[in-house]
Design a protein around this ligand. Structure first.
Ligand code: 5AD
Ligand code: SF4
Length: 480
Protein backbone atom coordinates (compact mmCIF):
# COMPACT_ATOMS: atom_id res chain seq x y z
CA UNK A 1 0.00 0.00 0.00
CA UNK A 2 1.07 3.56 -0.64
CA UNK A 3 1.97 5.09 2.70
CA UNK A 4 2.10 8.60 1.32
CA UNK A 5 -1.60 8.37 0.54
CA UNK A 6 -2.24 8.14 4.26
CA UNK A 7 -3.61 11.52 5.06
CA UNK A 8 -1.81 13.38 7.82
CA UNK A 9 -2.50 17.00 7.11
CA UNK A 10 0.96 18.51 7.55
CA UNK A 11 4.60 18.01 6.61
CA UNK A 12 6.92 16.26 9.08
CA UNK A 13 7.96 18.78 11.77
CA UNK A 14 11.70 19.47 11.92
CA UNK A 15 11.90 19.52 15.71
CA UNK A 16 12.17 16.48 17.96
CA UNK A 17 10.35 14.75 19.46
CA UNK A 18 7.41 16.16 17.40
CA UNK A 19 8.98 14.75 14.24
CA UNK A 20 9.02 11.23 15.65
CA UNK A 21 5.41 11.50 16.85
CA UNK A 22 4.48 12.46 13.29
CA UNK A 23 6.12 9.29 11.95
CA UNK A 24 4.63 7.19 14.74
CA UNK A 25 1.23 8.38 13.52
CA UNK A 26 2.08 7.59 9.89
CA UNK A 27 3.24 4.10 10.82
CA UNK A 28 0.16 3.64 13.05
CA UNK A 29 -2.11 4.26 10.09
CA UNK A 30 -0.12 1.72 8.09
CA UNK A 31 -0.34 -0.87 10.87
CA UNK A 32 -4.11 -0.34 11.14
CA UNK A 33 -4.67 -0.66 7.39
CA UNK A 34 -2.47 -3.76 7.14
CA UNK A 35 -4.15 -5.50 10.06
CA UNK A 36 -7.55 -4.80 8.52
CA UNK A 37 -6.33 -6.23 5.23
CA UNK A 38 -4.87 -9.34 6.87
CA UNK A 39 -7.67 -9.73 9.41
CA UNK A 40 -5.20 -10.04 12.30
CA UNK A 41 -2.96 -7.81 14.40
CA UNK A 42 0.59 -7.03 13.26
CA UNK A 43 3.24 -8.38 15.63
CA UNK A 44 6.64 -6.97 16.53
CA UNK A 45 9.47 -8.62 18.45
CA UNK A 46 12.42 -6.77 19.97
CA UNK A 47 15.33 -8.95 21.09
CA UNK A 48 18.06 -7.49 23.28
CA UNK A 49 21.70 -8.56 23.41
CA UNK A 50 24.05 -7.05 25.98
CA UNK A 51 23.92 -4.72 28.93
CA UNK A 52 21.36 -2.82 31.01
CA UNK A 53 21.70 0.21 28.74
CA UNK A 54 20.62 -1.85 25.77
CA UNK A 55 17.78 -3.35 27.79
CA UNK A 56 16.65 0.17 28.61
CA UNK A 57 16.90 1.28 24.96
CA UNK A 58 14.80 -1.74 24.03
CA UNK A 59 12.04 -0.63 26.39
CA UNK A 60 11.92 2.63 24.47
CA UNK A 61 11.90 0.84 21.11
CA UNK A 62 9.02 -1.35 22.32
CA UNK A 63 7.14 1.73 23.51
CA UNK A 64 7.35 3.30 20.06
CA UNK A 65 6.21 0.09 18.35
CA UNK A 66 3.27 -0.31 20.72
CA UNK A 67 2.24 3.27 20.03
CA UNK A 68 2.17 2.40 16.33
CA UNK A 69 -0.31 -0.38 17.08
CA UNK A 70 1.98 -3.39 16.82
CA UNK A 71 1.25 -6.18 19.29
CA UNK A 72 4.26 -7.30 21.25
CA UNK A 73 5.52 -10.81 20.67
CA UNK A 74 8.48 -12.91 21.78
CA UNK A 75 8.26 -14.93 18.59
CA UNK A 76 10.89 -14.09 16.02
CA UNK A 77 8.47 -15.06 13.26
CA UNK A 78 6.81 -11.64 13.65
CA UNK A 79 5.90 -8.97 11.11
CA UNK A 80 8.66 -6.72 12.42
CA UNK A 81 11.74 -8.10 14.17
CA UNK A 82 14.35 -5.83 15.71
CA UNK A 83 17.65 -6.98 17.24
CA UNK A 84 19.28 -4.51 19.62
CA UNK A 85 22.87 -5.72 19.40
CA UNK A 86 26.00 -5.72 21.57
CA UNK A 87 29.64 -5.89 20.47
CA UNK A 88 31.56 -5.78 23.76
CA UNK A 89 32.84 -9.31 23.19
CA UNK A 90 33.00 -11.29 19.98
CA UNK A 91 30.56 -13.97 21.17
CA UNK A 92 27.84 -11.28 21.31
CA UNK A 93 28.45 -10.60 17.59
CA UNK A 94 28.45 -14.29 16.72
CA UNK A 95 25.10 -14.73 18.43
CA UNK A 96 23.58 -12.02 16.24
CA UNK A 97 24.93 -13.61 13.05
CA UNK A 98 23.57 -16.96 14.21
CA UNK A 99 20.11 -15.49 14.78
CA UNK A 100 20.21 -13.78 11.40
CA UNK A 101 20.76 -17.15 9.74
CA UNK A 102 17.61 -18.37 11.47
CA UNK A 103 15.65 -15.24 10.44
CA UNK A 104 16.60 -15.84 6.82
CA UNK A 105 14.66 -19.12 6.82
CA UNK A 106 11.66 -17.46 8.46
CA UNK A 107 11.68 -14.61 5.97
CA UNK A 108 11.70 -17.07 3.07
CA UNK A 109 8.33 -18.28 4.29
CA UNK A 110 7.04 -14.79 5.21
CA UNK A 111 8.52 -12.43 2.62
CA UNK A 112 6.48 -9.50 3.93
CA UNK A 113 8.33 -9.47 7.26
CA UNK A 114 10.74 -6.62 8.04
CA UNK A 115 14.05 -7.22 9.82
CA UNK A 116 15.95 -4.44 11.60
CA UNK A 117 19.24 -4.26 13.49
CA UNK A 118 20.38 -1.52 15.85
CA UNK A 119 22.76 -0.96 18.78
CA UNK A 120 26.51 -1.12 19.39
CA UNK A 121 27.48 -3.72 16.80
CA UNK A 122 26.02 -1.55 14.04
CA UNK A 123 28.50 1.24 14.83
CA UNK A 124 31.29 -0.91 13.36
CA UNK A 125 31.96 -0.35 9.66
CA UNK A 126 33.11 -3.93 9.09
CA UNK A 127 29.81 -5.23 10.47
CA UNK A 128 27.76 -3.07 8.09
CA UNK A 129 29.82 -4.33 5.14
CA UNK A 130 29.31 -7.93 6.21
CA UNK A 131 25.55 -7.47 6.57
CA UNK A 132 25.28 -5.74 3.20
CA UNK A 133 27.19 -8.57 1.53
CA UNK A 134 26.00 -11.65 3.38
CA UNK A 135 22.62 -10.74 4.87
CA UNK A 136 20.89 -8.67 2.13
CA UNK A 137 17.46 -9.65 3.49
CA UNK A 138 17.93 -7.21 6.40
CA UNK A 139 15.67 -4.18 5.82
CA UNK A 140 16.84 -1.57 8.29
CA UNK A 141 20.04 -0.77 10.20
CA UNK A 142 20.60 2.02 12.70
CA UNK A 143 23.09 2.63 15.52
CA UNK A 144 23.40 3.76 19.11
CA UNK A 145 23.07 7.52 18.59
CA UNK A 146 19.74 7.54 16.75
CA UNK A 147 17.66 4.92 18.58
CA UNK A 148 14.98 7.59 19.02
CA UNK A 149 14.51 7.72 15.21
CA UNK A 150 12.92 4.27 14.96
CA UNK A 151 9.55 5.60 13.73
CA UNK A 152 11.03 7.74 10.96
CA UNK A 153 13.39 4.97 9.86
CA UNK A 154 10.70 2.32 9.88
CA UNK A 155 8.52 4.60 7.79
CA UNK A 156 11.41 5.04 5.28
CA UNK A 157 11.87 1.30 5.28
CA UNK A 158 8.19 0.64 4.56
CA UNK A 159 8.22 3.04 1.64
CA UNK A 160 11.44 1.72 0.06
CA UNK A 161 12.51 -1.63 -1.33
CA UNK A 162 16.22 -1.33 -0.56
CA UNK A 163 18.02 -1.68 2.78
CA UNK A 164 17.78 1.53 4.88
CA UNK A 165 21.02 2.32 6.76
CA UNK A 166 21.35 5.26 9.13
CA UNK A 167 24.47 5.29 11.35
CA UNK A 168 25.70 8.42 13.10
CA UNK A 169 29.35 8.75 14.12
CA UNK A 170 28.49 10.70 17.23
CA UNK A 171 25.48 11.99 19.05
CA UNK A 172 24.45 14.68 21.41
CA UNK A 173 21.99 13.91 24.18
CA UNK A 174 19.39 11.43 22.98
CA UNK A 175 15.75 12.44 22.59
CA UNK A 176 14.18 10.91 25.69
CA UNK A 177 10.63 12.26 25.54
CA UNK A 178 9.20 9.34 23.58
CA UNK A 179 7.01 6.41 24.62
CA UNK A 180 8.53 3.53 26.55
CA UNK A 181 7.20 0.11 27.49
CA UNK A 182 8.73 -0.96 30.78
CA UNK A 183 9.24 -4.65 31.44
CA UNK A 184 8.28 -4.06 35.08
CA UNK A 185 5.72 -1.46 36.13
CA UNK A 186 7.51 -0.86 39.46
CA UNK A 187 11.14 -0.49 38.41
CA UNK A 188 12.93 1.31 35.64
CA UNK A 189 16.34 2.24 34.28
CA UNK A 190 17.10 5.94 33.78
CA UNK A 191 19.94 7.15 31.57
CA UNK A 192 21.99 9.77 33.32
CA UNK A 193 24.82 9.88 30.81
CA UNK A 194 25.94 8.39 27.53
CA UNK A 195 29.28 7.25 26.17
CA UNK A 196 32.66 6.77 27.78
CA UNK A 197 35.96 8.65 27.75
CA UNK A 198 38.12 6.09 29.50
CA UNK A 199 39.47 4.09 26.59
CA UNK A 200 40.40 1.01 28.56
CA UNK A 201 42.71 -0.64 26.06
CA UNK A 202 40.58 -3.78 25.54
CA UNK A 203 37.23 -2.04 25.27
CA UNK A 204 35.26 -1.08 22.18
CA UNK A 205 32.56 0.89 24.03
CA UNK A 206 34.11 4.37 23.62
CA UNK A 207 34.25 3.77 19.86
CA UNK A 208 30.64 2.65 19.50
CA UNK A 209 28.92 4.75 22.18
CA UNK A 210 30.96 7.93 21.65
CA UNK A 211 32.26 10.54 24.08
CA UNK A 212 30.85 11.02 27.55
CA UNK A 213 27.74 13.26 27.71
CA UNK A 214 25.78 13.88 30.92
CA UNK A 215 22.09 14.74 30.95
CA UNK A 216 21.04 17.84 32.87
CA UNK A 217 20.06 17.02 36.48
CA UNK A 218 16.70 18.78 36.07
CA UNK A 219 15.76 16.54 33.15
CA UNK A 220 16.78 13.38 35.00
CA UNK A 221 14.84 14.40 38.12
CA UNK A 222 11.70 15.25 36.11
CA UNK A 223 11.87 11.88 34.39
CA UNK A 224 12.16 10.09 37.73
CA UNK A 225 9.33 12.15 39.24
CA UNK A 226 7.12 11.10 36.33
CA UNK A 227 8.16 7.48 36.78
CA UNK A 228 7.38 7.67 40.50
CA UNK A 229 3.90 9.06 39.70
CA UNK A 230 3.48 6.08 37.40
CA UNK A 231 4.17 3.63 40.24
CA UNK A 232 7.92 3.12 39.91
CA UNK A 233 9.53 2.32 43.27
CA UNK A 234 13.04 1.40 42.15
CA UNK A 235 15.25 3.26 39.70
CA UNK A 236 18.57 2.20 38.25
CA UNK A 237 20.70 5.17 37.19
CA UNK A 238 22.57 4.14 34.08
CA UNK A 239 25.89 5.22 32.59
CA UNK A 240 29.18 3.62 31.52
CA UNK A 241 30.97 5.51 34.27
CA UNK A 242 28.46 7.14 36.61
CA UNK A 243 31.22 8.37 38.90
CA UNK A 244 32.22 10.98 36.37
CA UNK A 245 28.60 12.13 35.93
CA UNK A 246 28.18 15.89 35.60
CA UNK A 247 31.83 16.80 35.26
CA UNK A 248 31.39 18.17 31.75
CA UNK A 249 28.15 20.08 32.36
CA UNK A 250 28.23 23.90 32.14
CA UNK A 251 27.44 23.94 35.83
CA UNK A 252 29.19 20.79 37.08
CA UNK A 253 27.28 18.51 39.43
CA UNK A 254 28.70 15.49 41.22
CA UNK A 255 27.12 12.05 40.96
CA UNK A 256 26.70 11.95 44.74
CA UNK A 257 24.78 15.22 44.66
CA UNK A 258 22.50 13.88 41.90
CA UNK A 259 21.94 10.77 43.99
CA UNK A 260 20.92 12.84 47.01
CA UNK A 261 18.43 14.77 44.90
CA UNK A 262 16.93 11.53 43.56
CA UNK A 263 16.51 10.40 47.19
CA UNK A 264 14.22 13.40 47.78
CA UNK A 265 11.67 12.22 45.21
CA UNK A 266 8.58 10.87 46.97
CA UNK A 267 7.59 7.36 45.90
CA UNK A 268 11.10 6.31 44.93
CA UNK A 269 12.10 3.78 47.57
CA UNK A 270 15.19 2.15 46.10
CA UNK A 271 17.97 3.59 44.01
CA UNK A 272 20.62 1.58 42.21
CA UNK A 273 23.31 2.67 39.78
CA UNK A 274 25.63 1.10 37.24
CA UNK A 275 28.62 1.24 36.48
CA UNK A 276 31.28 2.74 38.73
CA UNK A 277 34.89 3.14 37.69
CA UNK A 278 37.17 2.73 40.72
CA UNK A 279 39.43 5.60 39.66
CA UNK A 280 36.56 8.11 39.93
CA UNK A 281 34.78 6.86 43.04
CA UNK A 282 34.64 9.73 45.53
CA UNK A 283 34.43 9.85 49.32
CA UNK A 284 31.32 11.96 48.80
CA UNK A 285 29.68 8.97 47.09
CA UNK A 286 30.67 6.60 49.90
CA UNK A 287 29.18 9.02 52.45
CA UNK A 288 26.01 9.39 50.40
CA UNK A 289 25.58 5.63 50.16
CA UNK A 290 26.17 5.34 53.90
CA UNK A 291 23.74 8.10 54.83
CA UNK A 292 20.85 7.62 52.38
CA UNK A 293 18.78 4.55 53.18
CA UNK A 294 17.11 4.62 49.75
CA UNK A 295 20.44 3.95 48.03
CA UNK A 296 20.87 0.19 47.78
CA UNK A 297 23.75 -1.33 49.69
CA UNK A 298 25.24 -2.68 46.50
CA UNK A 299 28.20 -1.45 44.51
CA UNK A 300 29.38 -2.88 41.23
CA UNK A 301 33.08 -2.07 41.13
CA UNK A 302 34.80 -3.60 38.09
CA UNK A 303 38.28 -4.89 38.92
CA UNK A 304 39.21 -6.28 35.47
CA UNK A 305 42.57 -7.58 36.75
CA UNK A 306 44.35 -7.85 40.10
CA UNK A 307 47.78 -7.27 38.59
CA UNK A 308 49.04 -3.67 38.64
CA UNK A 309 51.15 -4.41 35.59
CA UNK A 310 48.13 -5.63 33.60
CA UNK A 311 45.95 -2.81 34.96
CA UNK A 312 48.50 -0.39 33.56
CA UNK A 313 48.42 -2.10 30.16
CA UNK A 314 44.62 -1.99 30.35
CA UNK A 315 44.80 1.78 30.95
CA UNK A 316 42.62 1.42 34.05
CA UNK A 317 44.51 4.10 35.98
CA UNK A 318 44.57 2.37 39.39
CA UNK A 319 46.85 -0.24 40.94
CA UNK A 320 46.01 -3.42 42.83
CA UNK A 321 46.86 -1.64 46.10
CA UNK A 322 44.66 1.37 45.30
CA UNK A 323 41.75 -0.91 44.42
CA UNK A 324 42.14 -2.95 47.62
CA UNK A 325 42.39 0.22 49.68
CA UNK A 326 39.22 1.60 48.07
CA UNK A 327 37.27 -1.65 48.51
CA UNK A 328 38.38 -1.79 52.16
CA UNK A 329 37.36 1.82 52.76
CA UNK A 330 33.89 1.17 51.28
CA UNK A 331 33.41 -2.02 53.32
CA UNK A 332 34.43 -0.22 56.49
CA UNK A 333 32.15 2.77 55.90
CA UNK A 334 29.16 0.68 54.84
CA UNK A 335 29.23 -2.63 56.70
CA UNK A 336 27.46 -5.45 54.86
CA UNK A 337 27.66 -3.69 51.51
CA UNK A 338 27.51 -6.13 48.59
CA UNK A 339 30.43 -5.67 46.29
CA UNK A 340 30.25 -7.18 42.82
CA UNK A 341 32.73 -6.95 39.98
CA UNK A 342 33.81 -7.69 36.41
CA UNK A 343 37.03 -9.58 35.72
CA UNK A 344 38.78 -10.29 32.42
CA UNK A 345 41.00 -13.35 32.11
CA UNK A 346 43.69 -13.68 29.45
CA UNK A 347 44.45 -10.05 28.63
CA UNK A 348 47.52 -9.99 26.29
CA UNK A 349 50.69 -10.76 28.22
CA UNK A 350 48.90 -12.01 31.35
CA UNK A 351 51.26 -14.42 33.15
CA UNK A 352 50.49 -16.97 35.83
CA UNK A 353 51.85 -14.44 38.38
CA UNK A 354 49.49 -11.75 37.09
CA UNK A 355 46.59 -14.16 37.29
CA UNK A 356 47.56 -15.11 40.84
CA UNK A 357 47.20 -11.41 41.75
CA UNK A 358 43.63 -11.47 40.41
CA UNK A 359 42.82 -14.54 42.52
CA UNK A 360 44.37 -12.77 45.49
CA UNK A 361 42.08 -9.73 45.12
CA UNK A 362 39.04 -12.00 44.77
CA UNK A 363 40.01 -13.81 47.96
CA UNK A 364 40.61 -10.60 49.88
CA UNK A 365 37.60 -8.56 48.77
CA UNK A 366 35.15 -11.48 48.97
CA UNK A 367 32.71 -10.34 46.28
CA UNK A 368 29.03 -11.21 46.45
CA UNK A 369 29.35 -12.09 42.79
CA UNK A 370 31.66 -11.52 39.87
CA UNK A 371 31.07 -11.52 36.14
CA UNK A 372 34.07 -13.29 34.68
CA UNK A 373 34.98 -12.85 31.03
CA UNK A 374 37.49 -14.39 28.69
CA UNK A 375 39.42 -11.59 26.99
CA UNK A 376 38.01 -10.97 23.54
CA UNK A 377 40.08 -9.21 20.90
CA UNK A 378 38.17 -6.21 19.55
CA UNK A 379 39.47 -4.81 16.27
CA UNK A 380 40.47 -1.19 16.56
CA UNK A 381 41.27 -1.25 20.28
CA UNK A 382 44.92 -0.85 21.39
CA UNK A 383 44.96 -4.29 23.04
CA UNK A 384 44.09 -6.00 19.76
CA UNK A 385 47.48 -4.93 18.41
CA UNK A 386 49.41 -6.12 21.47
CA UNK A 387 51.74 -9.05 21.17
CA UNK A 388 51.67 -12.01 23.57
CA UNK A 389 48.03 -12.89 23.12
CA UNK A 390 47.54 -15.71 25.66
CA UNK A 391 46.87 -19.19 24.21
CA UNK A 392 43.25 -20.26 24.43
CA UNK A 393 43.89 -23.38 26.51
CA UNK A 394 45.81 -21.37 29.14
CA UNK A 395 43.02 -18.79 29.35
CA UNK A 396 40.36 -21.45 29.66
CA UNK A 397 42.21 -23.18 32.50
CA UNK A 398 42.65 -19.88 34.38
CA UNK A 399 39.04 -18.94 33.73
CA UNK A 400 37.82 -22.20 35.30
CA UNK A 401 40.01 -21.67 38.36
CA UNK A 402 38.75 -18.12 38.78
CA UNK A 403 35.12 -19.15 38.42
CA UNK A 404 35.58 -21.83 41.04
CA UNK A 405 37.09 -19.37 43.53
CA UNK A 406 34.46 -16.71 42.81
CA UNK A 407 31.61 -19.18 43.30
CA UNK A 408 33.02 -20.65 46.49
CA UNK A 409 33.32 -17.21 48.11
CA UNK A 410 30.09 -15.92 46.71
CA UNK A 411 28.02 -18.83 48.05
CA UNK A 412 29.41 -18.08 51.53
CA UNK A 413 29.07 -14.30 51.36
CA UNK A 414 25.60 -14.23 49.84
CA UNK A 415 24.19 -16.24 52.69
CA UNK A 416 25.13 -13.78 55.41
CA UNK A 417 21.51 -12.65 55.87
CA UNK A 418 20.14 -16.14 56.61
CA UNK A 419 17.65 -15.98 59.49
CA UNK A 420 17.20 -12.18 59.32
CA UNK A 421 14.20 -10.15 58.17
CA UNK A 422 14.88 -8.06 55.04
CA UNK A 423 12.91 -5.83 52.69
CA UNK A 424 12.06 -7.52 49.40
CA UNK A 425 10.65 -5.85 46.29
CA UNK A 426 8.33 -8.48 44.83
CA UNK A 427 8.85 -8.90 41.07
CA UNK A 428 6.61 -11.73 39.89
CA UNK A 429 4.77 -14.89 40.68
CA UNK A 430 7.14 -17.84 40.78
CA UNK A 431 7.18 -19.83 37.53
CA UNK A 432 8.15 -23.10 39.14
CA UNK A 433 6.21 -23.20 42.36
CA UNK A 434 2.52 -22.31 42.46
CA UNK A 435 1.63 -20.11 45.43
CA UNK A 436 5.10 -18.54 45.57
CA UNK A 437 6.38 -15.12 44.50
CA UNK A 438 9.93 -13.96 43.76
CA UNK A 439 11.55 -10.69 44.66
CA UNK A 440 14.88 -9.04 45.30
CA UNK A 441 16.78 -7.87 48.33
CA UNK A 442 18.42 -4.48 48.23
CA UNK A 443 21.68 -6.26 47.23
CA UNK A 444 19.84 -7.74 44.24
CA UNK A 445 19.72 -11.35 45.54
CA UNK A 446 16.59 -13.33 44.76
CA UNK A 447 14.16 -14.50 47.42
CA UNK A 448 11.25 -16.89 46.83
CA UNK A 449 8.44 -17.02 49.38
CA UNK A 450 4.76 -17.94 49.66
CA UNK A 451 2.53 -15.18 48.31
CA UNK A 452 0.20 -14.20 45.49
CA UNK A 453 0.01 -11.79 42.56
CA UNK A 454 -1.34 -9.00 44.78
CA UNK A 455 2.18 -8.61 46.23
CA UNK A 456 3.87 -7.88 42.88
CA UNK A 457 5.44 -4.41 42.93
CA UNK A 458 5.26 -4.14 46.74
CA UNK A 459 8.11 -3.85 49.22
CA UNK A 460 7.52 -6.36 52.00
CA UNK A 461 9.44 -7.68 54.99
CA UNK A 462 10.52 -11.27 54.53
CA UNK A 463 12.24 -13.60 56.97
CA UNK A 464 15.00 -15.43 55.10
CA UNK A 465 14.45 -18.92 56.40
CA UNK A 466 16.63 -21.03 54.07
CA UNK A 467 19.89 -20.09 52.38
CA UNK A 468 20.25 -21.86 49.03
CA UNK A 469 23.66 -20.67 47.85
CA UNK A 470 22.65 -17.94 45.44
CA UNK A 471 19.08 -17.32 46.56
CA UNK A 472 16.90 -17.58 49.64
CA UNK A 473 13.60 -19.16 50.54
CA UNK A 474 11.64 -16.98 52.93
CA UNK A 475 8.39 -16.31 54.72
CA UNK A 476 6.57 -12.99 54.91
CA UNK A 477 7.19 -11.37 58.29
CA UNK A 478 4.31 -10.31 60.55
CA UNK A 479 4.89 -6.56 60.25
CA UNK A 480 4.71 -6.38 56.41
N1 5AD B 1 36.98 -8.78 26.38
C1 5AD B 1 36.43 -9.32 27.49
N2 5AD B 1 35.68 -8.63 28.34
C2 5AD B 1 35.45 -7.32 28.07
N3 5AD B 1 34.75 -6.39 28.71
C3 5AD B 1 34.82 -5.22 28.02
N4 5AD B 1 35.58 -5.41 26.92
C4 5AD B 1 35.99 -6.70 26.93
C5 5AD B 1 36.80 -7.49 26.07
N5 5AD B 1 37.34 -6.97 24.98
C6 5AD B 1 34.07 -6.63 29.98
C7 5AD B 1 34.64 -5.75 31.08
C8 5AD B 1 33.54 -4.77 31.32
C9 5AD B 1 32.32 -5.59 30.99
C10 5AD B 1 31.08 -4.82 30.71
O1 5AD B 1 32.71 -6.31 29.85
O2 5AD B 1 34.86 -6.56 32.21
O3 5AD B 1 33.51 -4.29 32.65
FE1 SF4 C 1 34.85 0.17 28.46
FE2 SF4 C 1 36.54 1.08 30.33
FE3 SF4 C 1 34.58 2.69 29.38
FE4 SF4 C 1 33.94 0.60 30.95
S1 SF4 C 1 35.18 2.39 31.57
S2 SF4 C 1 32.93 1.20 29.01
S3 SF4 C 1 35.47 -0.94 30.35
S4 SF4 C 1 36.32 1.88 28.22
Amino acid sequence: MNLDKIDIPFEPPLKEPARQYYFIEKCAQYVKAESERLGRPLFSAVKTFGCQMNAHDSERLRGILLQMGFEESENEASDFVLYNTCTVRDNANQKVYGHLGYLKTIKKKNPHMKIALCGCMMQEKAVIERIKNSYPFVDLIFGTHNVFKLAELLYNCLTKDSMVIDIWDSGDIAVEALPSKRKYSFKSGVNIMYGCNNFCSYCIVPYVRGRERSRMPGEILSEIEALACDGVKEVMLLGQNVNSYGKTLKEPVSFASLLRQVCQIPGVERIRFMTSHPKDLSDELIETMRDCPKVCRHLHLPLQSGSSRILNLMNRRYTKEQYLELAGRIQKAIPNISLTTDIIVGFPGETEEDFAETLDVVTRVRYDSAFTFIYSKRTGTPAAAMENQVPEAVVKERFDRLLCQVQKISSQVCMRYAGTVQKVLVECENDHQIGYVSGRLDNNLLVHFPGDASLVGKLVNVKLTEAKGFYYIGKMAENS
